[in-house]
Design a protein around this ligand. Structure first.
Ligand code: CA
Length: 233
């Protein structure tokens, strides 16, 4: 399991990131100010550090420079509300590997994290794992391997976007259970505010096209007035 240090002082950002990353299988530790973040980074071997810039005690740029004096390898991803190119340049000069401008989408954060972990050869999810068997979900001839993130149907690779993948995984984890659009929206998109559930219908259709092509059996069934269910035909 990849270990991530999150240095961030805004409670809602902390809970949003922590909740989402934990559900995605990352172990997240949190520091609410720069000094604590630096000492945690020094003491523990994290696989990646997410660092806010505007922090109490010590700002993110100083924390980053201090970490880099001792540890040149750990990927550092800056979160910045500032967003001007000048600040971004300063952040990268301080030794950060990448940055995200607030507000950002959760899937965007996950994509950046995966890229950074892959670059350092530290993405646990891409190595064979003794518990890999437990991460394999199937229905009929469809297989999703949540360690390698590969999806196949009848032995043929299916390329999914990260949202489609998360949607399919959620369906597989709840096989035969009728899921409401709201449930799907909350679990797959990690939103807890009012957002149209139309996006669920749109993505279910994208997913159907990819996993039910070539006259293969139907897997995602619409339950009128209720939502969707993944089951054998
Ligand atoms: Ca902040």
């Amino acid at each position: 399991m990849n270990r991530i240090l999150l240095v961030e002082d805004e409670a809602h950002v902390v809970s949003f990131i922590t909740k989402g990353l934990s559900e995605d299988g990352y172990e997240v530790s949190v520091a609410l100010d720069g000094k604590t973040g630096l000492s945690m980074a020094d003491q523990n071997g994290f696989d990646l550090i997410i660092l806010d810039i505007m922090l109490p005690e010590m700002n993110g740029l100083e924390v980053c420079k201090a970490i880099r004096k001792k540890n040149t390898k750990v990927p550092i991803l800056f979160l910045t509300a500032l967003g001007t190119s000048e600040n971004v340049v300063i952040g990268l000069e301080a030794g950060a590997d990448d940055y995200l401008v607030k507000p950002f989408k959760f899937i965007e954060l996950v994509a950046r994290i995966k890229t950074l972990l892959r670059r350092t050869g530290n993405n646990d999810q891409e190595h064979l794992h003794p518990e890999e068997q437990e991460a394999i979900y199937t229905i009929d001839d469809l297989i999703l391997n949540d360690y390698t993130k590969k999806v196949t149907r009848d032995g043929i690779d299916i390329q999914l976007t990260s949202t489609e993948y998360r949607l399919l995984l959620y369906f597989l984890q709840n096989k035969n259970k009728v899921l409401s659009r709201m449930e799907i929206l909350e679990k797959v998109w990690h939103v807890d505010f009012n957002m149209s559930t139309n996006v669920v219908d749109v993505y279910v259709n994208y997913l159907r096209k990819k996993i039910e092509g070539y006259n293969q059996g139907k897997l995602i069934h619409t339950v009128i007035g209720m939502g969707y269910v993944l089951k054998s035909e």
